[in-house]
Design a protein around this ligand. Structure first.
Ligand code: FE
Length: 358
């Protein structure tokens, strides 16, 4: 709500003769910008149980209260665009380099010169460093891996992303829509490694191998591989780890039918993506926003962020204990910079259009 609209609403309420306490409650809930106590407005596409501890610890350490707006990535971006310079957002947390890069080029972030973040977050996990300071930073990482139905396709048939286009997988491959950010990032990375023309050839090969028209999210691909509707698919690792650690026996049973491949170990490594954030362009509490982002890179916050969604910390010196992720083993990670992956979605969008990967 804008301050003008809020003021109008407060005036209306007092005319109605409501109690002063009601006014104060409304102001506290709806108008953080007007409050005197230190506050931070967080727009987050992440929402996990451990995030409660994450935010409570920040408030305990700094005295800064956090107002959270939690929503899907697209809804948050739309809200930021609509609010424009009146946006109360201080920090924006989004999922996937494709979305973070899009937010950056739309001017939704502002520069942040932080020696702490530059020391803690590796350069390839930062959105941009053009001498003006980085605009966004990874707070956690995940891998995008190949899964296969053990009974239908041997692991050796799908050691590389390139293999998804192999003629021997005709009628066996499932993916979600190529237009989803997770796919745009992977296809963009393929075009960075292979060149756009070869990546398009590859995309055509994958499309020719489809077992069905792309549909559903990553968990739907996992289920379809478990039932054998698809023999091979792609998923982010946290969806796998979630099912491996599930309390429901049927989830763990499903995982028993599935093999996980960490692709491209003999070449550039497995595609990595991130969740991350930056300071909102019109942040009313810029200092609190910088402090919060630096806090997210602390050992304690990194562990909470990773554990909340079965991810890995973005800070390489922080380790987490996650039996499901550990069961995947140590692996070579692609270090293609996330800024480059984000930018490559422009090529990826062309490729999916031409290849019909929708
Ligand atoms: Fe996801």
């Amino acid at each position: 709500m804008t301050s003008a609209r809020l003021r109008a609403r407060l005036v209306t309420l007092s005319r109605l003769g409501r109690a002063a306490t009601a006014l104060m409650a409304l102001a506290a809930a709806a108008a953080p910008a007007l409050a005197q106590e230190p506050v931070l407005n967080l727009y987050s596409a992440r929402h996990y149980q451990t995030d409660e501890a994450l935010y409570a610890n920040f408030t305990r350490q700094t005295g800064i209260r956090i107002n959270r707006i939690e929503s899907g990535d697209e809804a948050l971006l739309e809200r930021l665009r609509t609010e424009g310079r009146n946006s109360p957002a201080d920090v924006v947390l989004l999922v996937d380099a494709a979305r973070l890069w899009k937010a950056q080029i739309e001017g939704l972030f502002q520069p942040l010169r932080s020696t702490t973040l530059q020391a803690r977050i590796p350069p390839h996990l930062r959105g941009k460093d053009d001498g003006q300071g980085s605009e966004w930073f990874a707070v956690s990482t995940r891998a995008r891996v190949i899964i296969h139905n053990r009974a239908l396709v041997p692991a050796d048939a799908v050691r590389r992303y390139e293999d998804l286009a192999s003629p021997q997988l005709k009628g066996k491959v499932c993916t979600r829509s190529g237009a989803h950010p997770y796919m745009l990032s992977l296809i963009g990375a393929m075009s960075e490694h292979l060149g756009e023309a070869a990546a398009e050839q590859w995309a055509r090969g994958v499309v020719a191998n489809f077992a069905r028209t792309p549909r559903g999210g990553d968990t739907d691909q996992i289920k379809a591989v478990a039932t054998g509707e698809c023999a091979v698919a792609l998923t982010n690792t946290y969806y796998l780890a979630r099912l491996m650690r599930s309390d429901k026996p049927q989830d763990r049973e499903m995982m028993a039918a599935i093999g996980v491949i960490l692709p491209n170990q003999a070449s550039w490594g497995t595609h990595m993506n991130i969740s991350g954030g930056g300071i909102a362009r019109h942040a009313p509490h810029r200092d609190a926003a910088a402090r919060f982002l630096e806090y997210l890179a602390s050992d304690e916050a990194q562990r909470l962020l990773a554990d909340g969604n079965n991810e890995w910390p973005a800070v390489p010196t922080v380790s987490v204990k996650n039996p499901a992720l550990e069961s995947l083993g140590k692996f070579r990670q692609d270090t293609l910079p996330v800024a480059q992956i984000g930018r490559a979605q422009v090529n990826a969008a062309r490729i999916i259009d031409r290849a019909g990967w929708r």
